[in-house]
Design a protein around this ligand. Structure first.
Ligand SMILES: [Zn+2]
Length: 53
């Protein structure tokens, strides 16, 4: 698979909601159970947070 094709496939996956997240920050607390991770998609750069167990 060449780079262009894999990039296209990746962006398509992002569009349908399958991002390739990597964890950039982990926070504990907020009075909730568990921890909160800040994650960034390696492909499209979308940043979001998610609750981790
Ligand atoms: Zn993405």
């Amino acid at each position: 698979m060449n780079d262009k094709l894999s990039t296209k496939l990746g962006l398509w996956l992002c569009r349908i909601g399958f991002h390739k997240y990597r964890v950039i920050e982990v926070k504990f607390g907020f009075g909730t159970a568990g921890k909160v991770e800040t994650v960034e998609c390696e492909r499209c750069g979308e940043v979001t947070t998610r609750r981790a167990k």
